[in-house]
Design a protein around this ligand. Structure first.
Ligand SMILES: Cc1cc2nc3c(=O)[nH]c(=O)nc-3n(C[C@H](O)[C@H](O)[C@H](O)COP(=O)(O)OP(=O)(O)OC[C@H]3O[C@@H](n4cnc5c(N)ncnc54)[C@H](O)[C@@H]3O)c2cc1C
Length: 474
């Protein structure tokens, strides 16, 4: 008897012409950035300036760092420099899942931070609450919706995994019960996480943080890449294209872009993640899938999809492929990936066949900073004058705020719970350099795909990789 094929795989099973038609009109730009509320960029830095705290990078991590520093000490002079425009990178193009976890899930947490898991969970909950409170305090309308995240099983073995994962604050739904929340012929069960999970409009969050920073007096310069930082004894000099910033302290919030600290360059790998956005669904289409509440959904394979509704009833559908480009290249052309877009469209159509020929209005990708522990790390350099936070590995919407607080503690030389945990003390294992890395990533990707086809069981390669401290769980 032929084995049942998995719900999702690399082979495209939907008629290719149908996929082409669905994607034909899709703008190749992030939907979120097209909003009329998009602010004009702040002027670039032309010349030189001095400051007490320089923040490099204008994504969430840099914006939270500047904002919290100013809230804590309103008289502190803070400069934030962004090489492009605020929110052009991951912070303006992500899925908008706000997940409290700092460890990329409990399984990964156990593997890398076993002794500290209760502390990290408490810090995660505190960070999530701080995130929500800051939105209220600063009047940031980022379309924050706290309706939870639903993990769905699409393979037989995942049903028991979800059942075993039930804890306080979660609800298990069998196949029948799940249809009251959302309907797909691929769903076998679901687990709703009610606490520590929300959705936002990603760009509105970044723009709201930017506006709050400006209101508190942070000096922001956009289109101002920092090309180099140098230790000058009592200060650090950051060189920019048309000048420099002399700072007493520097926070590096540059995600997976080449670190200004050369020794950190092999600690993260830039990989690309891709998403599609549908046109707004009609009321009939929403009724056909029954997804009327604003909770996010993700499936539970290692190569997983994440999807959510927007305020105007579009579905954002992303994930599955995570693509590493040879040499770790970060280039605008990598934001496009027709092969992955077609695969995502195929998987979408298999999940929600009730939606018929819904079209995609947008298709885009973005870079995430993967590291071998699949969870962020923080540290200090240049005698404590520089701090960094990186390695969010695709789960940074909430965790970047935590990274910001750790950087500020480190720069202030504070001994806190946050600076005592391993994340702030120990760097993850570095990745091997090229030319080894590219083929190694392909081998691991194939091993992950095999594991998903094989009831989630690790083959030799994944077992060996895990034994050496590299994580490949979702
Ligand atoms: C497609 C996609 C979907 C995702 N979905 C989710 C999700 O649903 N939930 C979730 O939690 N996470 C998600 N993520 C990850 C999340 O978006 C990131 O972890 C988070 O935005 C990282 O924020 P950041 O500030 O560290 O980085 P970024 O937003 O990348 O900002 C870093 C900034 O630093 C600037 N910079 C770099 N080098 C320099 C320099 N030398 N000088 C000046 N500026 C510099 C860059 O221009 C950039 O603007 C997703 C990511 C992608 C790409």
């Amino acid at each position: 008897m032929a084995a049942t094929p998995p719900a999702y795989d690399l082979a495209i099973r939907t008629d290719e012409q149908r996929i082409r038609k669905a994607l034909a009109g899709a703008a190749r730009t992030p939907f979120w950035l097209e909003d009329p509320g998009r602010p004009a960029p702040q002027p670039a830095l032309n010349g030189s300036t001095e400051t007490e705290l320089l923040v490099v990078g204008g994504g969430y991590c840099g914006l939270w760092t500047a904002l919290i520093a100013k809230e804590t000490n309103p008289s502190l002079d803070v400069v934030l420099v962004e090489g492009n425009e605020i929110a052009w990178a991951a912070s303006g193009r992500n899925g908008g899942f706000v997940e409290a976890s700092l460890t990329h899930g409990t399984e990964n947490g156990r593997r890398h931070f076993a002794d500290e898991l209760p502390i990290l969970d408490a810090l995660a909950a505190e960070n999530f609450a701080g995130f929500e409170a800051a939105l209220t305090r600063h009047g940031i309308d980022a379309e924050f919706q706290k309706e939870g995240v639903l993990a769905v099983a699409t393979e037989p073995h995942q049903v028991d995994e979800l059942r075993e994962a039930v804890t306080d604050g979660t609800t298990f739904y069998g196949r029948e019960a799940l249809t009251a929340l959302v309907r797909s012929p691929l769903y076998r069960a679901g687990l709703m996480q009610h606490e520590g999970a929300a959705l936002v409009h990603p760009a509105k969050l970044a723009w709201g943080l930017k506006a709050a920073c400006l209101r508190l007096g942070v000096r922001i310069f956009e289109n101002t890449p920092v090309t180099d930082i140098k230790d000058q004894g009592s200060s650090v000099r950051a060189a920019t294209w048309a000048g420099s910033v002399r700072a007493r302290k520097v926070a590096l919030a540059t995600n997976g872009f080449p670190s200004l600290l050369k020794r950190n360059r092999l600690l993260t790998v830039p990989v690309y993640d891709y998403v599609l956005m549908t046109e707004p669904l009609t009321d009939e289409q929403v009724a056909a899938i029954g997804w009327t509440k604003r909770f996010g959904i993700s499936d539970t394979s290692r190569q997983f999809h994440y999807y959510r509704m927007t305020s105007d009833n579009r579905i954002l559908w992303g994930g599955y492929d995570v693509v590493y480009h040879r040499g770790g290249a970060i280039r605008p052309e990598h934001d496009q990936n027709p092969e992955t877009f077609a695969r995502l469209a195929d998987h979408f159509m298999r999940t929600f066949p009730q939606l018929g020929d819904v079209k995609f209005s947008h298709a885009w990708g973005g870079m995430i900073d993967m590291c071998t522990q699949l969870a962020a790390f923080q540290g200090r350099a240049m005698g404590g004058k520089v701090a960094y936070s990186s390695g969010f590995t695709g789960l940074g919407v909430a965790a970047t705020r935590y990274g910001a607080t750790v950087m500020l503690d480190l720069l202030d030389g504070k001994d806190t719970v946050r600076t005592r945990v391993k994340m702030a003390k120990k760097k993850p294992l570095p990745v091997p350099p090229e030319p080894v890395l590219y083929p190694a990533v392909q081998v691991i990707r194939n091993a992950i795909a095999r594991s998903d086809r094989n009831g989630g069981r690790d083959g030799f390669i994944l077992k060996a990789a895990n034994a050496f401290g590299f994580s490949f769980d979702s």
